[in-house]
Design a protein around this ligand. Structure first.
Ligand SMILES: Cc1cc2nc3c(=O)[nH]c(=O)nc-3n(C[C@H](O)[C@H](O)[C@H](O)COP(=O)(O)OP(=O)(O)OC[C@H]3O[C@@H](n4cnc5c(N)ncnc54)[C@H](O)[C@@H]3O)c2cc1C
Ligand code: FES
Length: 287
């Protein structure tokens, strides 16, 4: 492998515990709470990630947190993180300026396997912040549409103002690559929403016209969403072998050592976060 394609783990001699200092190339405000950080590795190196993976972000004195990689590996020279200002580390990150440095370990975790998804019609279903990891797969599909069949995006958020990546939502909606269906739970007084339906994300599933034998659904969202979305997909005829989920659990080490992310015998950080539903269907607390 050439030096230009080394991953961070290779960069640090395979040392998964040691953060590499990377530069914040740019910041873009997504919502009052969420910002998109474009991160550049030293000397133009690539992260070497796959869609659905995450990194551990650290700032000296503020700790570390897992954050999904929000851009596709097909976009070279940087990677992006969509971060909610939720606490100690993410709050400190929002205070940083372009040009400041953060520590990065990773990429970690399982991923949306483009080889296994090749040739399939994909229904990409994201709720709320779930669009952060899903965006990596959406961009991948956007850059390599010939590898897949029909591509459908379903996105739901609480209100129109809570929607992430609004510019991307418009772009995907206008493209010939995707069929996009959006929903919001509700519209506050004075706001307007004419780009989709008002209702929970599940309202978007019954009208879908699916080639059931050749479809895979991918789901990322808040825990409450999975049970209901999966039930609707099963009503359409999809089996657990045709559903991929990404699960979020509280994590510390990110590399299978501390046990914080355990779901029965599985560690979400190394066995997940991406699972085929049939792999976890019997596991209590997984969904
Ligand atoms: C695989 C993965 C991917 C993620 N991707 C993203 C992403 O793309 N963007 C994003 O914004 N966030 C993402 N997160 C969530 C993010 O890692 C957490 O919100 C993290 O806690 C933020 O760190 P912090 O120091 O800013 O917040 P903290 O100071 O840790 O506080 C954040 C929240 O976590 C709660 N908390 C603190 N300790 C515990 C505990 N022991 N158990 C349960 N709850 C606790 C706090 O009460 C608070 O509500 C992801 C998490 C995982 C596991
Ligand atoms: S976060 Fe430590 S084992 Fe998964």
């Amino acid at each position: 492998m050439s030096v230009m394609t080394k991953t961070i783990a290779e960069e640090t001699g395979g040392q998964i515990y040691q953060p590499l200092l990377c530069k914040i190339g740019s910041k873009r405000v997504l919502t009052p709470l969420e910002t998109l950080f474009r991160i550049e590795l030293p000397e133009g190196r690539e992260l070497g990630h796959r869609p659905g993976q995450f990194v551990q972000v650290s700032i000296l004195g503020y700790g570390e947190a897992p954050i999904s990689i929000s851009s596709s590996p097909t976009r070279k020279g940087y990677f992006e993180l969509g971060v909610r200002n939720a606490g100690t580390l993410t709050g400190a990150m929002h205070e940083l300026k372009e040009g400041d440095k953060i520590g990065i370990r990773g990429p970690f975790g399982t991923f949306f396997d483009a080889e296994k998804l090749a040739g399939k019609d994909l229904v990409l279903i994201a709720g709320g912040c779930g669009l952060a990891p899903m965006r990596s797969l959406i961009q991948y599909c956007e850059d390599r549409p010939s590898e897949f069949g029909k591509l459908t995006i379903l996105y739901g958020a609480k209100t129109p103002g809570d929607r992430l990546y609004k510019e991307d939502l418009v772009e995907w909606g206008n493209s010939n690559t995707f069929a996009c269906n959006y929903a919001v739970d509700g519209v506050p007084d004075g706001a307007c929403f004419d780009e989709g339906q008002v209702g929970l994300i599940t309202v978007l599933i019954p009208p879908l016209s699916l080639d059931v034998q050749n479809t895979v659904a991918v789901i990322v969202g808040p825990p409450v969403m999975y049970k209901f979305v999966i039930a609707e997909l099963k009503k359409k005829g999809l089996t657990e072998e045709q559903i991929v989920v990404s699960l979020e659990r509280y994590m510390k080490c990110g590399v299978g050592k501390c046990g914080h992310c355990a779901i029965e015998h599985l560690y979400c950080c190394i066995d997940g976060p991406v699972f085929w539903l049939n792999e976890i269907s019997g596991i209590r607390g997984a969904i």
